[in-house]
Structure formats: structure tokens, C-alpha cells
Write a protein of this length. Structure first.
Length: 103
């Protein structure tokens, strides 16, 4: 897992052909604002979160974000325990995000 600044995270994501953007916020939060192309798996689902993440392709690189960086950090740690080798946490989350958004 790597913690990346907004600029590093977006630049690396854009250059990565294996990139998957993962939003670990609630559905309500996602409806307000989200990064385009992100898949949403709510970390508050507990075992449901683990089950959905386990089904993801472990060969991909995951760019993970939440509202402020705490839940995404936790998600990256959990994903590492599940065998994901490349997870990148967005420091500051979408609260500090200055890139493109939808919603």
C-alpha cells in the first residue's frame, strides 16, 4: 500500500493501464460527488465489503479513496491482507480532491 498525494494519485492512475478506481464510501456519499469511472464498494458493509473485494481481479492496481482518507487507508490494509499487491490510498480523500467529479 502507498499513500499518495492528490497529484501523485491522479497522475499515476492516468498513466496506469491496469488502474481501477475504488470508492469505499456509502451510496449516499457517492450520489453527492464521485470521481468518474470509480466502482463503489462500501467499507461499512463489513463482511459484505470483504466478499465483494475478494471477487475483484488481484492483478489490477487499485486507486482507493473515501471522504477524507481514513476508510480508504483501512480498505488498502484489508486488501493487502487479502492478497492485493498494488493499492494506492488517496490522502485527503474527495474532500480535498481538485480533479474531475460527477454527481
Amino acid at each position: 500500500m502507498m499513500n499518495l498525494s492528490q497529484e501523485q494519485w491522479w497522475e499515476k492512475c492516468q498513466e496506469d493501464p491496469n488502474a481501477v478506481i475504488l470508492d469505499v464510501r456509502t451510496e449516499e456519499e457517492v450520489e453527492e460527488v464521485a470521481i468518474p469511472g470509480a466502482i463503489n464498494i462500501d467499507i461499512y458493509k463489513g463482511q459484505g465489503f470483504l466478499d465483494e473485494v475478494e471477487a475483484l481481479d488481484k492483478s489490477k492496481n487499485y486507486y482507493v479513496y473515501c471522504k477524507a482518507g481514513g476508510r480508504s487507508n483501512q480498505a488498502c490494509l484489508l486488501m493487502g491482507q487479502l492478497g492485493f499487491e498494488n493499492t494506492y490510498n488517496l490522502l485527503g480523500g474527495i474532500t480535498e480532491w481538485e480533479g474531475p467529479t460527477v454527481g
